[in-house]
Design a protein around this ligand. Structure first.
Ligand code: GDP
Length: 301
């Protein structure tokens, strides 16, 4: 079994490649939950839903959010009724979110995600990092705001001074699932808001130190491939580079994968970790994703 630590954009692209090269039932995916919250009366688990749709081949891979070819009739009706939504939720996507909200009256998030994954005929194990509700806030010159307010209402424009999130406990079986894995892949996800909250869960770093851990840089050159990682990394005192990402993981990393474009950083990164792989990490199409998955899995295949 391999474990993949995931957010909701970069790592799901890699998951599309991984599920083509190994039996999906051997993939254990641990997903960030720090952005989970209620919107329009339904519980929204953005990264989990993206991973569910990715593994069920339903994802809208233009936005990495929601279901491909979804309609927005309810969303538009809510706008007309004078209750505009902060999140633009599609009709089919809303059904999944309504089901999750209803099931959560009786079951934990882990159990609900498992029910939904099975209903979608997903063979991989999809695990929320935690069943606890958490909060993530972005500190700007104007004070603290929620992650979604920063990203959607403010369109990621304000300067970021700090990123703060609550500590939560591991979901049941989470630590054991990492211990039982041949390899742990830290996907190319936002190091601060997607991977940070997972590795900060009590007990995880200790297990990662004992595991074989491979990381992939979400930063190519001095920029993230997409999203606000640069602002968050700067605010956390990290250089916005593959080296900056590696320094955050180096205590428990065995191998780090960087892009061809960053070949000049190899020597510097080798001071942190001896096994550095240079390859194409920019996943523009399924061939790129499969190739990166093969490079990561190497001898396991
Ligand atoms: P979020 O939950 O939507 O923020 O998504 P993630 O944290 O999973 O992913 C965001 C990160 O993925 C960004 O920092 C991007 O730089 C990175 N990313 C997106 N696509 C790619 C890609 O094709 N290659 C690499 N190396 N990183 C990527």
């Amino acid at each position: 079994m391999i474990t993949v630590l995931s957010g909701g954009t970069g790592t799901p692209k890699l998951l599309q490649g991984l599920k083509e090269v190994i039996d999906p039932s051997l993939i254990n995916i641990i997903v960030n939950t720090v952005e989970n919250d209620y919107f329009s009366g339904v519980y929204v688990t953005p990264d989990i839903d993206t991973v569910l749709y990715t593994m069920a081949d339903l994802i809208n891979s233009e936005t990495w959010y929601g279901i491909k070819d979804d309609t927005f009739i309810t969303h538009e009706k809510l706008n007309k009724l004078g209750s505009p939504e902060l999140l633009k939720i599609g009709d089919k996507d809303r059904a999944l979110k309504i089901q999750k909200t209803l099931l959560m009256k009786n079951y934990s998030l882990s159990h609900v995600v498992d029910i939904q994954a099975k209903a979608m005929k997903i063979k991989s194990m999809i695990r929320p990092m935690s069943d606890d509700q958490s909060e993530i806030n972005i500190v700007t010159h104007d004070g603290k705001m929620s992650f979604h307010q920063f990203l959607i209402e403010e369109k990621g424009h304000p300067d970021v001074l700090d990123v703060i999130y609550s500590n939560v406990g591991p979901a049941p079986g989470l630590l054991e699932s990492i211990e039982d894995s041949e390899m742990v892949i830290i996907g190319p996800s936002n190091p601060i808001t997607s991977i940070g909250p997972i590795i900060d869960i009590e007990g995880i770093k200790k297990i990662l130190k004992k595991s074989y851990v491979v990381g992939i840089s979400p930063i190519i050159g001095n920029l993230p491939v997409s999203g606000p990682a640069a602002k968050f990394m700067k605010a956390s005192g990290l250089s916005v580079s593959a080296g900056g990402v590696c320094s955050m993981y180096s205590d428990f990393l065995d191998r780090f994968v960087i892009d061809f474009e960053d070949a000049n950083l190899k020597k510097e990164i080798e001071k942190l970790i001896s096994d550095v792989t240079i390859t194409n990490t920019n996943m523009r199409n399924i061939d790129d994703k499969v190739m990166l998955a093969r490079t990561l899995l190497g001898e396991i295949l």
